[in-house]
Design a protein around this ligand. Structure first.
Ligand SMILES: Cc1ncc(C[n+]2csc(CCOP(=O)(O)OP(=O)(O)O)c2C)c(N)n1
Ligand SMILES: [Mg+2]
Length: 272
């Protein structure tokens, strides 16, 4: 699968990385697919998503924006400004708040999730708002479809709080055992979304354990094959294949003289 190979190349920052080694891992973007990266400066992507949706409406386009933010990042001012603009301009946007209970080591209550819900932030701004079991695949699908149809029919924005749980660590440098009980994820009432969907489908007679295992194996093989292909373009252990001189590119349509000069100096300095 070509898209998956591209995504893995981005993780490796290698010669085929569509982001040319200029983004952190998992900060994927694909212009072709209309997908813009999560922002390292949290909450900025929500206001950008609302602006993008406003532009789509002004152009008479039928395209809809879907923006994502975490429970912790809703405490940023950008989120609140985005709500006001979304409401006032009836932007065709879905604002997804993923309430996974934690912002690294900070419990969601500290971002204001204790006294009221994150969905209530939207309702306070006059935005249609839902609070959904984010570990129920069918509910996620149905609620998203509803919000999409509203946006496409010019009914404006929808905010959806997805209630879920971050079972693992925030990142490889995070150790959740320092701030929560080790069995916390297992005690979370909404359960594992894949297990739930599997059980539901088996109950309906539409799926079986054997099909599940076979699909899992096939998908794992697909990912492993994509990884192998991506590694041919370089890994973090060998070289970052983009070449230093490329750092001057893609900022200005026409490279200004001072950058041209700097790039020239660099190549001479390297003895190239
Ligand atoms: C403006 C800003 N402040 C702080 C950080 C550091 N930081 C990175 S991730 C994170 C926690 C985010 O938690 P949440 O919004 O709940 O999203 P989650 O990772 O749980 O999906 C923080 C504080 C940042 N990247 N940007
Ligand atoms: Mg969170």
């Amino acid at each position: 699968d070509n898209n998956m190979v591209d995504m893995i190349c981005q993780l490796y920052s290698n010669a085929r990385d569509p982001m040319k080694g200029r983004q952190l891992p998992v900060m994927y973007s694909s212009k072709k697919q209309g997908f813009f990266s999560i922002s390292g400066n949290l909450a900025t992507q929500v206001i950008q998503g609302v602006g993008w949706a406003m532009a789509s409406a002004i152009k008479g386009d039928d395209k809809v924006a879907s923006a994502w933010i975490g429970d912790g990042a809703t405490a940023e001012a950008d989120f609140h400004t985005a709500l006001t603009f979304a409401h006032v301009y009836r932007a065709p946007v879905i604002i997804n708040v993923v309430n996974n209970q934690w912002a690294i080591s900070t419990f969601q209550a500290i971002a204001g999730g204790e006294g009221t819900t994150f969905a209530a932030r939207g309702a306070g701004c006059g935005i249609a708002s839902l609070r959904v079991d984010g570990n129920d695949f069918l509910a996620v699908y149905a609620a998203s479809k509803w919000a999409l149809e509203r946006a496409r029919s010019s009914f404006g924005p929808t905010l959806i709080e997805w209630v879920t749980y971050r079972a693992g660590p925030h990142s490889t440098s995070d150790d959740p055992s320092k701030y929560r009980p080790a069995n916390d994820a297992a005690r979370f009432p909404l359960g594992d979304p894949i297990e739930r969907l599997k059980k539901h489908l088996i109950g309906l007679g539409a799926w079986s354990n054997e099909e599940h295992e076979a699909t899992k194996k096939a998908l794992e093989a697909q990912v492993a094959a994509a990884q192998k292909e991506a590694e041919q373009y370089g890994t973090l252990a060998d070289t970052h294949g983009q070449g230093v001189a490329t750092m001057f590119e893609d900022v200005y349509q026409q490279m200004p003289p001072h950058l041209l000069r700097q790039r020239q100096e660099l190549q001479l300095g390297q003895g190239a």
